[in-house]
Design a protein around this ligand. Structure first.
Ligand SMILES: Nc1ncnc2c1ncn2[C@@H]1O[C@H](COP(=O)(O)OP(=O)(O)OP(=O)(O)O)[C@@H](O)[C@H]1O
Ligand SMILES: [Mg+2]
Length: 343
């Protein structure tokens, strides 16, 4: 049987391009080592559809992060091209990447998420009024970014203005969220199966871009230093968040666990990083699944997800042939039909 050409899609135009290249290279090497016919499909300046078509791949492993990679756009293109892909559907990807819509879904499903409001450029004129009695400190982030890009903490009104301006460099909407002093726990889930969870403790106290991707900048604690009963609660909350957004494949849910009784979901990542410092491979390793096996599982989960039954593009086109022929459906009028004027 002919081997499938496995395209690992990486790069792209988001602010997380460099991270995507690292994820892509790691995944490509692991799949090659397991004997797959791997093509590195680097999305760059050329039109994306041309790059994907030219690669002549049978299946797409998505190693993209951020806008136009994790937000449903590429997923939609692959649906149209009839190429099965890894991760979540168009809708689930779009919802998870949009922090505002994801939080709205969480609230609808009674999933606790930090209190927040949205600020735009126009709000800067009357920030005092908008912020009101929301309080400090707050975390300000762009509506749709990842890797903590454009995310800062503000302790007073002056800093809030600066933080919002930073976030608005990346998005038309900034999310102002109450800062939650908590233990940070990330849960790895694969197609509804919980792989485990990890505590992250950045040495700087802030899990920013540098803390995420600099070796030695963060302590990773497995299992997390919280009571086993709370671990179960956190995992259950993560599962509910994934279910609320309808995510599939490998996901990572970011949560905050306070010293008191509260647990909050920050977000669900639908294409979690697979770099040397990334969390999902660490969670999987603790569950006895090594990096290459995890890549294999992700590849095996590739599918077309636009409908309950996967329909490749060719079959979608074939539907046209079962449309009844004109003579069967259009009555033959001997004179113009009653409500139509003759022209
Ligand atoms: N409300 C908050 N309270 C306390 N810390 C927060 C809050 N929001 C975010 N953080 C900190 O900032 C980090 C990044 O936040 P968030 O996950 O929302 O952004 P992101 O850019 O989408 O990250 P990534 O996609 O890399 O997971 C969190 O992991 C956490 O350490
Ligand atoms: Mg996060």
């Amino acid at each position: 049987m002919k081997k499938r050409r496995v395209g690992v899609l990486m790069g792209g135009s988001s602010s997380e391009r460099d991270i995507s290249m690292m994820t892509g290279e790691g995944v490509s090497r692991a799949l090659e080592a397991r004997g797959h016919d791997v093509v590195r499909v680097v999305l760059g300046s050329e039109p994306v559809d041309k790059t994907i078509r030219d690669a002549k791949i049978d299946v797409a492993v998505l190693a993209l992060h951020g806008r136009l990679g994790e937000d449903g756009c590429i997923q939609g293109m692959l649906e149209l091209l009839g190429i099965p892909y890894t991760g979540s559907s168009v809708l689930a990807s779009a919802l998870a990447m949009d922090k505002l819509k994801a939080k709205e879904m969480f609230r609808l499903h009674n999933i606790p998420t930090p209190p927040y409001y949205v600020a735009t450029e126009a709000d800067l004129a009357d920030l005092d009024e908008l912020h009101g009695c929301f309080g400090f400190p707050v975390v300000v982030k762009p509506r749709s970014e990842g890797s903590s890009v454009g995310l800062t903490r503000a302790n007073h009104l002056g800093e809030l203005r600066k933080s919002i301006e930073v976030a608005l460099q990346y998005d038309r909407f900034a999310l102002v969220e109450r800062y939650i002093k908590a233990t940070e726990v990330h849960v790895g889930i694969f197609d509804g199966r919980v792989l485990g969870c990890i505590e992250v403790a950045p040495k700087s106290g802030f899990y920013d871009y540098a803390a995420k991707y600099t070796a030695g900048a963060t302590d990773y604690i497995l299992p997390p230093r919280i009571a086993p009963t709370r671990v179960r609660g956190v995992i259950h909350l993560a599962e509910r968040a994934v279910h609320a957004l309808g995510c599939t494949g490998a996901v990572r849910v970011d949560l905050l666990v306070t010293e008191g009784e509260n647990e909050y979901v920050l977000e669900v990542n639908t294409l979690p990083g697979m770099t040397p410092t990334s969390l999902l491979p660490k969670i999987a390793a603790h569950a006895g699944i090594d990096y290459a096996e995890l890549c294999e599982m992700i590849l095996e989960g590739a599918a077309l997800r636009s409908s309950a039954v996967a329909v490749p593009m060719a079959s979608t086109c074939a539907i046209q042939t079962i449309v009844p022929k004109p003579k069967e459906t259009i009555p033959v009028w001997s004179s113009p039909p009653p409500r139509l004027k003759a022209v």
